[in-house]
Design a protein around this ligand. Structure first.
Ligand code: ATP
Ligand code: MG
Length: 428
């Protein structure tokens, strides 16, 4: 029979790598708690309409990246979420979450986009996102950027390799005026643009600014600039936003061609990019989306947020050679026969009750091969139990890391209590 394999672009994360995920997720959780963000968990499946109405019909995501299917049991059109913001805002409206109180929220989980898999681009990928609902900004927008910067510090990747680009998309009216001027400019150069961009002139001209095609980028460099079309209100917001960044000493570059791939953004938008991942260098992106709640049928909620791609952040960590602690056991317990294993069983549990991470050898075998497994487990210590130890109610503790001056590894017969003390003293 043919082998069944995982779906292209959807990865298994094996234990050899998953410890990195667990580590980064725990750092992220702590970081979010220090800023008072609360977790929200929304379903992975939503009505297709939610994403079409929020993200916009003329976007990459809605045009060609969504996993949409009809539920054959009732005919509903469903979509695997391609991003998290729309679902969070849907939930906020549905549960009246912002009534009277603004909310600082975060989510973490898989997103799905039918893209061509390549380095840093997958069909199932994980995002951590934060959303601040009910805030006018731009203080909170700056808080988000500062939070990201803090996270890079905590992860040990801050510096030249991770850079911030910011822009203001202004209000809907500002963009309308800009759009007219941009369309005129692009129409005059239509023949030289790539196919995608030509198509976008009428549907989503701002996306042309974001094209990855070299020739299009060259043309776009001399296009009218969005910042020249901003109202004084949007300019003021941007200035205030920058004051906060300066206050935190966060360096940024203004990129007037920075537009987001989703239609719901206005005013402050930004992206954090790393030099290490080529065209897939954006590790975190976000901005303000004041119109989104209305677009999906709710009352207006001023709001902003960002999402970061965990695979890309992890890839950046490995470029920086950040050492991620492995979740190795503290102790691996071996025994020389079945009676001794019963005693070892109890010893292992006493150790666990003392907060140690303990693997009890299962499956029998010669002591030598058990010790080999102890070594491979990455544990700092082995505990060895034979008839002698059973009779005396002791254990033999062997350090699997430290080596004596004469080259032999240290081994000592101790009571269980003494052993726990020794192991803990070792800095477990
Ligand atoms: P890109 O320009 O790289 O396609 P995007 O604008 O589509 O990114 P967003 O929708 O803003 O991305 O998603 C936020 C973050 O999620 C990105 O900055 C990136 O880190 C990550 N991301 C987006 N799409 C993918 C994907 N297919 N695989 C892995 N990570 C992704
Ligand atoms: Mg994309």
């Amino acid at each position: 029979m043919s082998k069944i394999q995982a779906i292209r672009g959807m990865n298994d994360v094996l234990p050899e790598e998953s410890y990195q995920w667990e580590w980064i997720e725990s750092v992220i959780r702590e970081w979010l708690a220090t800023f008072g963000y609360q977790n929200i968990r929304t379903p992975i499946l939503e009505s297709t309409d939610l994403f079409v109405r929020s993200i916009g019909t003329a976007t990459d995501i809605v045009e060609k990246e969504m996993y949409t299917f009809v539920d054959s049991l009732n005919g509903d059109s469903l979509t695997l979420r391609p991003e998290g913001t729309a679902s969070v805002v849907r939930a906020a409206i549905e549960h009246n979450m912002t009534y009277g109180t603004p909310r600082r929220l975060y989510y973490c989980g898989p997103m799905f986009r039918h893209e061509r898999p390549q380095k840093g681009r997958f069909r199932q990928f994980f995002q951590v996102g934060i959303e601040a609902l009910g805030f006018e900004g731009p203080d909170i927008d700056a808080e988000h950027v500062m939070m990201a910067s803090e996270l890079w510090n905590k992860l040990g990747i801050a510096g030249e390799g991770v850079r911030l680009e910011v822009n203001s998309l202004g209000s809907k009216d500002d963009r309308k005026k800009y759009r007219e001027s941009l369309v005129t400019f692009l129409k005059g150069r239509e023949q030289s643009l790539d196919e995608d961009s030509r198509r976008r002139i009428d549907t989503n001209p701002l996306r042309v600014l974001d094209s990855k095609n070299a020739q299009t980028r060259e043309i776009v460099a001399s296009a009218p600039k969005l910042p020249d079309f901003l109202s004084s209100e949007s300019i003021d917001k941007m200035e205030r936003f920058k004051q906060f960044l300066d206050r935190s000493g966060i360096a940024y570059k203004l990129n007037s061609n920075l537009v987001r791939g989703l239609d719901y953004y206005n005013d402050v938008v930004y992206e954090w990019k790393t030099a290490f991942l080529g065209a897939q260098g954006t590790i975190c992106a976000g901005g303000r989306y004041d119109v989104l709640a209305e677009q999906i049928g709710g009352k207006p909620i001023p709001a902003c947020g960002f999402a970061l791609g965990l695979e890309r952040v992890l890839a950046t960590l490995s470029s920086y050679k950040v050492q991620i602690p492995k979740l190795n056991p503290d102790v691996y317990v071996v025994s020389s026969n079945e009676t001794a294993q019963l005693y070892a069983w109890d010893v292992a549990q006493v150790l666990r009750d003392n907060t140690l991470k303990v693997v009890l050898h299962c499956g029998g075998g010669a002591l030598k091969s058990q010790m080999k497994k102890a070594d491979n487990s990455g544990a700092k210590f082995a505990i060895i139990v034979g008839d002698d130890e059973v009779a005396k109610k002791t254990i033999t503790l062997k350090s699997l890391r430290a080596v004596r001056d004469d080259g032999a590894s240290q081994q000592q017969e101790l009571s269980v209590k003494e052993a726990i003390k020794r192991i803990c003293e070792d800095g477990v």
